[in-house]
Design a protein around this ligand. Structure first.
Ligand code: SF4
Length: 287
């Protein structure tokens, strides 16, 4: 008989729990009201639909250009953080700012402001957290964002920084790849200062998830399509256990993936809500 187990280490990270809790509390205390958020507060379509029903309305930074007077409106800044220019704009427009930037991200932003010489950020170009990190520096000539080991190689061959140089990582990047990038750069930039800025909650999940994927016959990894943490962790599952499948909801699960005596593991990204993991587990158990 098939067994189904939810990964006890899966679920929201501390930064996301804090942000969702703040939004829920605000909306519960003002029934029938709404709360703006700058961008979606969690990279999971199902959870966003639940929060929208409570009154959370996501705005893009571009939407702010249309607003001249936001007096009486509150806007939540999500765990990824924002550059100082966004705070200035929101204050000018009259928004009440509810700042849920994760303390870990705030710490990295501060270190970047204090960094010397060239700054390398290992992260996804255009990712909101990366934009918030880059925005801490006025002189953009000093900052370079690299996404992969290939881009680090390219930098070493074609645009090697001279003088002081510091490297930071987006909090949700792969610790293994960041280590490779740092090793490569350190071999060519002796004065490189390495900041270990991958979130410990994310780093720990790599080890735990690898073990979870190895000890189950099938892995169903549940994540929103826009979650970079979800992409990295689902790839880790696939590389560890060939019978790993990534889904956004129960509608994408196929019964052909399972054999009668399979031990099935259900896991997810740091942005996957627990209720969705439970929904998926109940569905798989009933197949
Ligand atoms: S992954 Fe870590 S750094 Fe990023 S929001 Fe969550 S707790 Fe904060």
């Amino acid at each position: 008989m098939k067994s189904v187990e939810i990964d006890s280490n899966a679920g929201f990270c501390g930064g996301v729990i804090r942000t969702i809790g703040t939004a829920e509390k605000y909306l519960a205390s003002r029934k029938g009201s709404h709360l703006y958020s700058l961008g979606e507060i969690v990279h999971n379509e199902s959870e966003i639909a639940r929060l929208s029903a409570l009154g959370l309305v996501a705005l893009d930074v571009e939407d702010l250009d249309e607003i001249s007077d936001a007096s009486g409106e509150a806007i939540l800044i999500r765990a990824h953080g924002q550059p100082p220019a966004t705070y200035e704009l929101l204050e000018k427009q009259g928004f009440e700012i509810i700042d849920c930037t994760c303390p870990v991200v705030l710490g990295i932003q501060k270190k970047i402001r204090e960094a010397e010489g060239r700054i390398i950020i290992f992260g996804k170009k255009g990712h909101p957290e990366v934009l918030g990190l880059v925005g801490q520096i006025d002189d953009l000539q000093r900052v370079r964002v690299i996404e992969s080991l290939d881009e680090a190689l390219d930098m070493v061959e074609n645009d090697l920084p001279s003088g002081a140089c510091e490297i930071f990582s987006q909090t949700t990047k792969s610790p293994v790849e960041y280590e490779k990038v740092c090793d490569l750069l350190l071999s060519r930039i002796p004065r490189l200062k390495i900041h270990k800025t991958i979130c410990s909650q994310v780093a720990n999940r790599y080890r735990e998830l690898e073990e979870f994927a190895l000890t189950h016959d099938v892995i169903i990894f549940v994540t929103g399509k826009s979650s970079s943490n979800g992409k990295v962790l689902s790839t880790l599952c696939k590389n560890t256990n060939i019978r790993s499948y990534t889904v956004g909801s129960v509608g994408e699960i196929q019964s052909a993936w399972f054999r009668p005596d399979d031990k099935v593991g259900i896991s997810g990204a740091t942005s996957t809500p627990r209720w969705l993991l439970e929904q998926v587990a109940a569905y798989v158990a009933g197949l």
